[in-house]
Design a protein around this ligand. Structure first.
Ligand code: MN3
Length: 300
C-alpha cells in the first residue's frame, strides 16, 4: 500500500511567465522512455514481481523503497509543467469567452497541452507520444534488473542535463536542481547494489556521475544539505534493510552515505489558478467556487 501526502518534494516558485515551449521539453522527463514514469513503474513492478525476497531482502527493500520516492518525482515534474503552462491560455485576451481565438496556443509545438489536457501535464513524452508499459524492464533476474536500473538512472540524468540546457525557466530549473541530486542518489544506489551482489566495481566501468552536480548551480542548495548522500526510507516501519546496501563512502566526496527515516519534509503545492481561456476548470467564472462553497457550508 502507499501513503499519499499532499505536499511536493520541494518548494517550486509560483507561476509567473508561461513557457509552453519549454514545458513541452520537460514532458520528456515525465513520460519519455527515461522519464520519471519509467523509473516509478520499473521499480514498482520489479518490487511487485520480486521472487524469493526473504533471502534477498536488502535488494527488495532498496527497489521498493526507491519506487516510493519516484511517485513524488512524477508529482514534482507534473507540478513543474502545470506551473510553466499557467497563463498560457492568455485569459486577458479571451476573458473566458468561448469562440474567440486562443492567442496563447499559437506557434507552440505541443498542441496537446491546449487541446487535450487543459494546460496540464500529459502522461507522454516531449512529442506527446504516450508513456508505454514496455518501457518497464523486469526480467525477474535480479542482476539484469539492477543493471537496467543503473542504465535507466544514467540515461535519465543525461536527458535532465539536456532539458536543463533547453530552458532557464525558474520552475524548471528548481525541479532540475533537485532531481539531478536525487536521481544521482539512485544511480549510486544501484551501483552499490551491483557491487554488493557481483563484486564488480561499477565506478571503474564509468564515472558516476560523468558530469558532476557542481556544474549546475541549482543543485548547490541540496548538496550543501548533504541530500546527495541521503536515501530516504519511505515507510513508517518497512524497508529497514536498505542500510545493508546504502552504506560506505559516496563516490564523489568520499563522505559516508546515510539512510534517513521518513520522507523529506516537502513543501506546499503551489496553487495553479483557473485558465478560463481554455475552460479549465470551466468557462463560467465563479461557478465551481460557488458550488464548492455550498458543499462545504452544507457540511457544517
Ligand atoms: Mn526520479
Amino acid at each position: 500500500m502507499i501513503l499519499k501526502i499532499d505536499r511536493l518534494a520541494v518548494e517550486l516558485p509560483m507561476p509567473t511567465e508561461p513557457d509552453p515551449d519549454a514545458a513541452a521539453a520537460v514532458q520528456e522527463l515525465l513520460g519519455g522512455r527515461f522519464g520519471e514514469m519509467s523509473t516509478l513503474m520499473n521499480y514498482t513492478f520489479q518490487s511487485f514481481n520480486f521472487r524469493g525476497r526473504d533471502k534477498a531482502k536488502p535488494y527488495y527493500d532498496l527497489i521498493s523503497n526507491i519506487s516510493a520516492e519516484e511517485y513524488g518525482h512524477i508529482e514534482l515534474v507534473a507540478a513543474t509543467i502545470n506551473g510553466m503552462l499557467t497563463g498560457a491560455s492568455d485569459e486577458s485576451k479571451t476573458n473566458g469567452q468561448v469562440g474567440v481565438t486562443l492567442p496563447g496556443a499559437k506557434g507552440n509545438r505541443l498542441s496537446h497541452h491546449f487541446i487535450v489536457s487543459g494546460l496540464g501535464a500529459l502522461v507522454a513524452n516531449s512529442q506527446a507520444q504516450p508513456w508505454q508499459g514496455d518501457y518497464v524492464f523486469n526480467s525477474g533476474d535480479l542482476v539484469l534488473d539492477l543493471l537496467h536500473n543503473f542504465f535507466l538512472e544514467s540515461g535519465a540524468r543525461a536527458q535532465k542535463i539536456r532539458v536543463y540546457e533547453m530552458t532557464d525557466h525558474p520552475i524548471a530549473r528548481q525541479m532540475l536542481g533537485y532531481l539531478l541530486v536525487r536521481g544521482g542518489v539512485h544511480q549510486v544506489a544501484y551501483a552499490k547494489a551491483l557491487e554488493e551482489l557481483t563484486g564488480v566495481e561499477v565506478p571503474k566501468l564509468l564515472n558516476i556521475p560523468d558530469i558532476p552536480n557542481s556544474k549546475f548551480p541549482e543543485t548547490r542548495q541540496w548538496e550543501e544539505r548533504g541530500l546527495h548522500r541521503v536515501l530516504y526510507r519511505f515507510s513508517p516501519d518497512d524497508y529497514r534493510d536498505v542500510n545493508q546496501i546504502w552504506k560506505g563512502p559516496h563516490p564523489e566526496d568520499g563522505k559516508e552515505v546515510e539512510v534517513v527515516d521518513g520522507p523529506p519534509d516537502g513543501a506546499p503545492r503551489p496553487d495553479t489558478p483557473a485558465e478560463l481561456g481554455i475552460g479549465a476548470p470551466g468557462y463560467e467564472r465563479g461557478f465551481l467556487e460557488e458550488i464548492a462553497s455550498r458543499l462545504v457550508s452544507g457540511r457544517r
